[in-house]
Design a protein around this ligand. Structure first.
Ligand code: FAD
Length: 406
């Protein structure tokens, strides 16, 4: 059985782990990265539809959700979007700004992963894939400064690895086929660190019965809406799917939704639907409500809403529908209240909400307060970003912060 020693061992070769490895190696530390799956950076490759939305030009604490909303500030200041952009430019990676100040690769997400791997390679970071971490223990009597011992199993052999600093960058539960795992939480429990309850987030909603049927009929139709839940609102496009609703606006609001909550969809943001319906009625022309709304919303959606909200008036001219009824329809157009039955869960979620409680971690270094030399970075921590490059920025910033001291 081999027995090796390193200054820093990083568990997980994803966004946060690779950034931490680079930063520690720049300080001349010997760094080993252990990756469970057969390839590194799978989520980076799949991200942003294959073009990796690697950061956002405007990153503030308000773009993140955590039990402690101030926790992310220090790391985000230490390693900013501009710092990551400088790295991207140093490697001559072509990128572009899309709406909402999101930055994407022009060619492929591979550019970002290759950049991180090239930096690791130049700095002598060792990366091993297909590694099972069997156990982690804290060394009571630190031998030559070694504080943690890891037993690993690969196809070839079992190894004992000792290190001064152990960095947990194993990500979270979303998309198990891309490496999603609960390993970091188990390790946190082993070291008696508190956890904030987890659930799938940045994820589509599902419905049952009549609303599910409507979504099924409208599968593939998209429309620009505002969705609100728990005093938070987002405006963007919404996509009907055969199970429910998806699209950027739905993923954004899912960060603020809890089981049992209602969501409110404004199908005509920036338009007072009551007012326009009553004004149209005053014109006394023969147009039906369906025909009139077709100029504001996708026709297929109007047809479904008609079946749901005004089936008895479908052949009547708008001028023959009572004001009270038009007000009620207008209200629903501006605030359609729906109760999702659930989300699509970790199978399709971009992130996991919750994680290692930030109370247990130093916000400047990511070190566990009660265990010197043990660090938690990236998605495993209770910091969840909005859609738009924020989750990667958290991975880069937290990874960098730990790498500066580990
Ligand atoms: C489909 C998809 C698209 C996304 N697109 C974007 C986007 O465009 N922009 C954005 O900002 N965010 C995006 N995200 C979110 C982003 O990918 C994550 O927030 C980010 O990857 C988290 O980085 P991480 O290093 O903490 O975890 P990960 O990137 O998940 O890395 C964790 C690594 O640890 C490994 N691992 C797990 N368990 C073990 C173990 N026991 N031992 C060793 N290794 C282990 C995993 O295999 C993995 O390689 C997307 C997510 C998904 C799923």
């Amino acid at each position: 059985m081999s027995n090796k020693q390193y200054d820093v061992v990083v568990l997980g070769a994803g966004a946060a782990g690779l950034m931490c490895a680079i930063t520690a190696a720049q300080r001349s530390k010997s760094v080993l990265v252990l990756e469970k799956s057969n390839k590194v950076g799978k989520k980076i490759l799949m991200s942003g539809g294959g073009r990796c939305n690697f950061t956002n030009l405007f990153v503030e604490a308000e773009h993140f959700i955590s039990k402690n909303p101030h926790f992310c500030k220090s790391a985000l200041k230490r390693f900013t979007p501009q710092d990551f952009i400088s790295m991207v430019e140093k490697h001559k990676i072509a990128y572009e700004e899309k709406k909402h100040s999101q930055l994407f690769c022009i060619n492929s997400s591979k550019d970002i992963l290759n950049m991180l791997l090239a930096e690791c390679n130049d700095l002598g970071v060792q990366i091993l894939t297909d590694i099972d971490v069997e156990s982690v223990k804290k060394l009571e009597a630190a031998d030559q400064g070694m504080r943690y011992q890891i037993v690993t199993q690969s196809k070839l052999n079992q190894s004992i690895i000792s290190c001064i600093s152990l960095v947990v960058a194993t990500g979270a539960l979303s998309i198990p086929t891309l490496g999603g795992s609960g390993f970091g939480y188990e390790l946190a429990k082993q070291f008696k660190l508190p956890l904030v309850p987890r659930h799938a987030s940045l994820v589509p909603f599902m419905f049952t019965e009549s609303i599910k049927n409507i979504c099924e009929q409208l599968s593939g139709v998209s429309t620009y809406v505002m969705i609100s839940c728990n005093k938070k609102s987002f405006e963007e496009s919404m996509l009907f799917t055969h199970r429910g609703i998806s699209g950027p606006v739905v993923l954004q609001i899912s960060n603020y939704w809890h089981p049992g909550d209602e969501i409110y969809i404004n199908l005509m943001p920036n338009i007072n639907a009551q007012d326009i319906l009553l004004t149209e009625k005053d014109k006394h022309n023969k147009i039906t409500l369906q025909k009139y709304l077709n100029s504001h919303l996708p026709k297929a959606l109007v047809l479904q809403l008609q079946e749901l909200w005004w089936p008895i008036h479908k052949d009547k001219p708008l001028s023959e529908i009572s004001n009270a009824e038009l007000r009620s329809i207008g209200n629903r157009l501006n605030s359609w209240s729906l109760k999702p039955s659930s989300t699509e869960g970790y199978r399709t979620a971009e992130v996991t909400w919750g994680g290692v409680d930030t109370n247990a971690i130093d916000s400047k270094t990511m070190e566990a307060r009660s265990h010197p030399g043990l660090y938690f970075i990236g998605e495993v921590v209770d910091v969840t970003g909005h859609l738009g490059g924020y989750n990667f920025q958290w991975a880069w910033s937290s990874g960098y912060s730990a790498g500066l001291v580990a």
